[in-house]
Design a protein around this ligand. Structure first.
Ligand code: EPZ
Length: 426
């Protein structure tokens, strides 16, 4: 696996273009199997999670044709076997969306238990609760989840926890079910709304996405469409955080400012100056940051996927800060790596207490998961000396050309070949 080598200390200046949203595209690409005619999806990010999903679609029998670097045409009309290969599906969390999509189309689906970032237990009990409410029988054997229904029918489903994945999967299974489905306590993330907009443009009857009650009236047919993925809220937030930490002045282009409100509010609280435009945000920082407390929550709360990145900023902020992880059981695995760089962080369960230090120092570190890797990248940008980040495949799951984008902003970062290490779980 390659690694990133970063020489810290440069301020960031210039402009960066945000790519399509990972967590939207990994739901929308599987959803194309519901269409009876081809779909054209634009603004897709060139990240490894997308390439895996395209491989799964091809193995299912769909025709997948890249029109250009960010546009793909998918024709799933010839898919006959609703079974997703084990070796591919286990590589990522979003492969489980094929359960909902294939169940929605064939009333039958077989997918391996999902993989993805490892920060504690990642159950799918709410997904299964939804499928069973719609009339499916579920079996878990040999690492595979199989869902089977004589006929899917609408139902009222109250999620026990706010779950992005369960909300996505139930939507996918319900759009062609007979009758009305109501999802209560639904997730409200921007990528939920993007999926609902995509399905509606295919002819689905969905109301309420973005609120905690989503109503779906099943339809018989869904047709192909051309659709553009929303910009990635977390990639944008990551670049904003990096500019805040290094100091400097950057313009983050191709964003939807409303999706960034909780991140912007926190950065302003920490002393960062932001200027909002229609589809861009300017970040102006002298690199001096105030301490702050952060509690991650489902949208519109502060996004958990920005938690590791913000911990780096708080590591060099003045004073004591507290992060409470409100979504995942154990999303502080990156802290040990940050401590190698001089961060002063104490973790107790879902709480991290951060004492700001004067500076971080470069060190060899390992990315333990996608956003942990992003955090270490920001730490390398501000540390004194050189930081080497191993296992960067985690970072490249969710960030397109991240080294080139940061280099263009003035960061000293390069990618170097590294002897094959033990394949890390992605
Ligand atoms: C999605 O994961 C995202 N992944 C994650 O982003 C993100 O951290 C998470 O939502 C929360 O926003 C994708 O969209 C591909 P959940 P997901 O179901 O769907 C519990 C990234 O960095 N839960 O909303 O797996 C669960 O344990 C990735 O881009 C159940 O108990 O998350 C967690 O505590 C990392 N039972 C909470 O709900 C279930 O059946 C939220 O999980 C499902 C979830």
């Amino acid at each position: 696996m390659d690694k990133f080598v970063i020489h810290g200390g440069n301020q960031l200046h210039g402009e960066v273009e945000i790519s399509g949203a990972k967590n939207a595209v990994v739901a929308i690409l599987p959803a194309t199997v519901l269409a009876e005619t081809p779909c054209r999806i634009e603004n897709i990010p060139n990240i490894s999670d997308v390439f895996i999903i395209m491989d799964i679609l091809k193995q299912l029998g769909a025709k997948v044709k890249m029109i250009n670097r960010t546009t793909v045409e998918i024709d799933g009309s010839h898919i006959s076997q609703p079974v997703v290969p084990y070796d591919l599906a286990r590589k990522m969390r979003a492969s489980c969306y094929f359960l909902g999509a294939l169940l929605g189309r064939f009333s039958h689906a077989q997918v391996s238990m999902p993989g993805g970032c490892d920060f504690g237990v990642r159950p799918i009990d709410q997904h299964i609760k939804g499928f069973e409410a719609l009339g499916a029988e579920i079996s878990l054997e040999h690492g595979m989840v199989e869902a089977h229904a004589m006929e899917l029918h609408g139902s009222q489903i109250y999620l026990d926890v706010v779950s992005v994945g369960a909300t996505v999967n139930i939507m996918l299974a319900a759009v062609k079910a007979k009758g009305q489905t109501i999802i209560e306590n639904a997730a409200k993330e921007p990528h939920i709304v993007d999926l609902a907009n995509f399905l509606s443009s295919m002819g689905a009857d969905i109301r309420g996405a973005g609120t905690d009650v989503i109503k779906i009236n099943g339809v018989e047919h869904l047709h192909g469409v051309t659709y553009s993925i929303i910009p990635d809220q977390i990639e944008a937030g990551t670049f904003m955080a990096a500019a805040a930490a290094t100091g400097g002045n950057i313009i983050v282009r191709n964003v939807i400012p409303k999706h960034l409100e909780s991140i912007s509010a926190k950065l302003i609280e920490m002393g960062v100056q932001l200027k909002e435009y229609d589809d861009a945000i300017e970040v102006i920082s002298n690199g001096v940051l105030n301490h702050a407390n952060i509690k991650t929550m489902p949208h519109p709360g502060f996004p958990t996927d920005m938690q590791p990145q913000m911990a780096v900023l708080l590591s060099i902020a003045s004073g004591t800060s507290i992060i409470t992880e409100g979504v995942w059981d154990n999303r502080f695995r990156y802290v040990d790596e940050l401590k190698r760089m001089g961060a002063n962080i104490q973790v107790d369960g879902k709480i991290a207490v951060i004492e700001g230090v004067d500076h971080l120092t470069g060190a060899p570190v390992k990315a333990t998961d996608l956003r942990a890797g992003a955090a270490l990248l920001i730490a390398g940008l501000i540390a004194r000396g050189t930081t080497e980040i191993e296992d960067i495949q985690h970072i490249e799951r969710g960030y397109e050309n991240v080294d080139k984008k940061f280099s263009a902003l003035g960061a000293e970062i390069k990618r170097i070949k590294f002897p094959e290490s033990v394949p890390a779980a992605v």
